[in-house]
Design a protein around this ligand. Structure first.
Ligand code: C5P
Length: 232
């Protein structure tokens, strides 16, 4: 499995995105486009970044009835992204429908991963709001197994969960982990963080890094440091 650093392009306009990407002259980083940017700029932003030869994780977290997700994924498959995702909470049937929609006529498809439980959901919200009376780590692992059962390639999870996910779902099941910070960096609003080298040791396949790179004084140097620490 390829390991890589994915830069979260958490900008709201394409001007900001391209000012940032223009800094990268020698490398073509893997980037993540989230809801804010996609809803602001539409599919054209994906096409423009693709034209620059970058790999894209389109982080739209689909969650709807299976037929709707299948049809939406069919549309997204034409954008030629490299990775996209759904909420595992949409059920195994919905995840199977997502794969069906995403698979192109030639049998290829982007990597498809699932969000298990959002890291913003804690045990109290799980019990009171979602009405799930189980320990959250058990729920996360159960949802990861559901994603595997549906044929998905992996999950988004905290780097602290990556080892356990591999233990339960196998080494080939991909873990994509945000919440990464440099040892000497600012944590921002992330509570449970790991450094790139710790994430590598615990078995993360892809780390998603936003502000430590996008807000750095020298983003290219920060990206290179991240790649060096993560890939060794
Ligand atoms: O700036 P920072 O490195 O914290 O950005 C992390 C990125 O990963 C953001 O785009 C954030 O929305 C995303 N993310 C996260 N935690 C999750 C899922 C996604 O931080 N559980």
């Amino acid at each position: 499995m390829a390991k890589d650093v994915i830069i979260a392009l958490d900008f709201s306009t394409k001007e900001e995105v391209f000012n940032f990407l223009d800094l990268f002259k020698d490398e073509k980083p893997f980037v993540k486009i989230g809801m804010e940017l996609y809803y602001a700029e539409g599919p054209e932003i994906v096409k423009e970044i693709k034209r620059r030869g970058l790999k894209i994780f389109l982080d739209l977290k689909l969650h709807d009835i299976p037929t709707t997700v299948m049809k939406a994924m069919k549309v997204l498959s034409k954008l030629d992204v490299d990775m996209t995702n759904v909420h595992a909470g949409g059920t195994v049937a919905m995840m199977e429908a997502a794969i069906k929609g995403l698979t192109r006529e030639d049998g290829t498809r982007p990597i498809l991963i699932a969000v298990t439980q959002l890291t913003s959901t804690d045990q109290v919200a799980l019990e009171n709001d979602l009405f799930i009376n189980q320990p959250i780590d058990k729920v996360v692992m159960h949802y990861a197994l559901n994603a595997k059962k549906a044929g998905l390639d992996g999950v988004v999870c905290s780097p602290l969960e990556a080892g356990k996910v591999h233990e339960i779902c196998g080494d080939k099941f991909v873990t994509v982990t945000p919440g990464v910070r440099f040892a000497d960096g600012d944590k921002g609003d992330q509570k449970r963080v790991m450094t790139p080298s710790e994430a590598r040791k615990i078995g993360s396949d892809y780390i998603v890094v936003g502000r430590p790179i996008t807000q750095a004084e020298d983003p290219v140097a920060a990206y290179r440091r991240c790649v060096k620490e993560f890939l060794g």
